[in-house]
Design a protein. Structure first.
Lengths: 467, 467
């Protein structure tokens, strides 16, 4: 209820603006593009092509290199211009053997997967008693003597929510848990997979080792295995054995793949449509983020096919290495530093295949009437807003830090985290109709932003970081 | 619609019986047992104990031996008497390495698992082009030249149904597909997992090699992998590589675990409550058939705890080796051949954890009024019937062949086959309330059958085999 109230209060449409002399761009082309996409887009075909022909594409892997080549060829075939690979050096982390078992009080194989970036276990694995904690705070409250020499198991269930914020609330134990445990002398970390699903598939994801603390191996348990371990540990002393063979190799070359629909007059002004090309290695990255890739490519194709391009350039960027480094997003902001003032707005799609229900925005306060006008053609798609947003795409966060206005489409994430970062992230989970709606919203908004007079200003300095 | 009509026509209650002088057993004890179970049984505790303390228990494995010991101890602790292990020699099949990959046109790892009983692939694996067929009939229609030297992939989706019959309609390709393919010269068989779920977990299950045909290796693909393989093969030539290390060892000793609630007068007349103690090796056999084990043990406990036992003996049997041999069911019928005439009725629970909605029966036609009377106390549990049934428990099918009346509880199987035979068959999927309802129905029916005057007669000879 509190959330609903806040959302309502933040609806930008609640404010009144006076004295603005601004003409919205003609809505007919946006509506026509929207309806064309909604009638049946090729977004699902693009996702199928990427997942079936390339497959998993973890940064720096062979699949990643294939994905870059795929992206370049696909953009050209769809009619984008100035298509290029902008080189990015990315971390190269390689998954190895990964096994785990409860050794006492009862023998059980554990279904688990290493967290991305984890160090391996020592030769022969690690075996220790388990200490269960429900959160980082619960760990902090334990004396070091209860943790030293043990395997810390973070059992923090994720809540299923439509807006996906259940994920944000649970994920801290994955990112910061390993170092928090190591600081107290733990020898390894297990986390309950950050997912509301009870399928026996572990969900990987990145971790961040803190400086000055030993890096300890870390893995995610499938939820059924986490529940088993919790039952056993609640009943008495429980030992676990963990073997991880993952390791890091030298940074590898990858690329942001960039293509454009050149503006008909203000060619140097940019409306950026982004998604990330890399994926985790367990599935084929269909929802994360094949869906986003398919949508922005299809939006580009529809715009490029118009006899008259919009005034500004629409730039499609498929970012490298979102999952375990964000090197693509950082490299883009650096390489394009000189033209960031000409980036009118950036939008990233990275929340799966299900329908968009709201447009979130962060821009100058003076942009409100423009955002409202550009959201109007989306109302028939079931999209509310604009609402002042807080969370935007990871890859465009370095642009946010420079004041570039941000758009996020709030999508129905009810089932997204059942799939995300697991072997289950495969093409069959794609909803083609969901993608059509996403393309419709993206292309209509992009057209409006690329056509309108004036811009959205800059994000005020105090709002350029995520709180 | 046709099915509904048949069901209605078969409702035994539709028939009228005249001239029968028979007094139903007093319903108060059945109702009291039913209500006691429904208020909260210990069935889920028994399932948790079996799955957490023993885990997977494939026939002949170490887990199977542990399960027999567990069953004996549990029966004794629950107050059953004449508790014993009745020796059964069981096949011992051991899963080994199992990997698969699409090698052309695009490289993909395949998530798969060997079918139970499969022979291994030759040293170094097998690699061949794939031929996709939708059914045994579609395979039969192909010329041998289209199949020889290839890997036959049966892509037969399973329909989700409440009564579970979608499984029966799809499963023939798993049992008989490998030999049907071998007869035409195939080198290996893949089947789409027999499940309505799209989770990326393969479902194993037994196969039956035909005599006089080479035994070829056979594996089940997870549904997302089956869909991928289908897409690729529909588009053009597709090659797959398969490595299976599974093998057979000499038969091993296992046991049917038997315990009783001794009848207060007709001690030698038997009401049999069965479930199977073995499980597949991928999960911990919580639904298949930990649930059945928990329910019949709990029904036994409740009956044993009554100050006055029913007239007849209620015998609880935990059968060995249901999954890949049925040796337990066959051995029971053989060992008890002399007393099968005294087996009044046999009931097996082996369809998971969700609610019973109907009682199915097969007995002498003269048994109808008795079956109706004994079903009456189940009406408040949402259980319809009695209906003349066709499918009964596997382990009691050798008793059916001898004319012993059969009862099956039709359970809501809507989600059962999402889980069954996969790594996902774990305790967290158990619904304790569902088990309580199952116990309530089982104990009330068992009391009535053990208390009533007279019996259900024998199954007529022409109905003793499954059609």
């Amino acid at each position: 209820m509190r959330r609903l109230f806040l959302t309502a209060a933040l609806l930008l449409g609640c404010k009144r603006h006076h004295g603005q002399a601004w003409a919205a761009p003609p809505s007919a082309p946006a509506e026509s593009l929207r309806d064309e996409a909604l009638a049946g887009s090729k977004a699902a075909d693009h996702v199928r092509s990427l997942t079936d022909e390339v497959g998993p594409r973890l940064a720096g892997s062979e699949g990643d290199a294939k994905a870059v080549a795929w992206g370049l060829a696909k953009m050209k075939s769809l009619g984008l211009t100035h298509v290029r690979a902008e080189k990015v050096m990315v971390p190269r982390w390689v998954r190895g053997v990964e096994t785990g078992a409860v050794t006492a009080p009862h023998a059980h194989a554990l279904t688990l997967t290493a967290l991305g970036g984890s160090v391996p276990t020592p030769e022969g694995g690690v075996e220790a008693d388990v200490v269960v904690v429900a959160s980082l705070e619960a760990l902090a409250a334990l004396p070091d003597t209860s943790v030293a020499g043990k395997i810390v198991f973070f059992d923090k269930p994720m809540e299923r929510t439509k807006d996906g914020l259940g994920y944000n609330r649970a994920v801290d134990v994955r990112g910061r848990g390993p170092s928090a445990a190591a600081k107290k002398g733990a020898v390894a970390t297990l986390v309950r997979s950050i997912t509301p699903s009870d399928a026996r598939l572990p969900h990987t994801g990145g971790l961040r080792y803190a400086d000055g603390v030993p890096a300890i191996p870390a893995a995610a348990l499938a939820v059924p295995d986490a529940m088993l371990l919790r039952r056993l540990a609640d009943a008495g002393p429980t030992r676990v054995r963990l073997v991880l063979g993952c390791h890091k190799e030298p940074d590898a070359e990858s690329a942001n793949v960039v293509g454009e629909v050149e503006g008909r007059s203000a060619k140097d002004e940019i409306v950026l449509l982004g998604a990330h090309l890399d994926s985790w290695d367990l599935g084929t990255g269909a929802l994360d983020d094949g869906a986003g890739v398919g949508v922005v490519l299809e939006a580009g194709r529809l715009l490029a096919a118009r006899p008259t391009h919009p005034r500004r350039t629409v730039r499609v960027v498929l970012f490298a290495n979102e999952e375990n480094g964000l090197r693509g997003g950082v490299a883009y902001a650096k390489a394009h530093e000189a033209e960031l003032g000409k980036h009118v707005v950036a939008l990233e799609l990275d929340l799966g295949t299900d329908k968009i229900f709201r447009l979130d925005a962060l821009a100058a306060p003076s942009a409100d009437p423009k955002l409202r006008a550009l959201t109007l053609p989306l109302a028939s798609l079931g999209i509310a807003g604009p609402v002042k947003g807080e969370h935007f795409g990871s890859d465009i966060s370095p642009l946010r830090a420079q004041g570039v206005p941000q758009i996020a489409f709030a999508q129905d994430a009810t089932r997204y985290f059942d799939i995300h970062h697991s072997a289950d992230d495969t093409f069959d989970k794609i909803d083609p109709k969901g993608l059509d709606q996403m393309v419709a919203a993206t292309v209509a908004f992009a057209w409006g932003a690329a056509e309108m007079d004036g811009d959205f200003g800059r994000i005020p300095p105090h709002e350029r970081g995520e709180h």
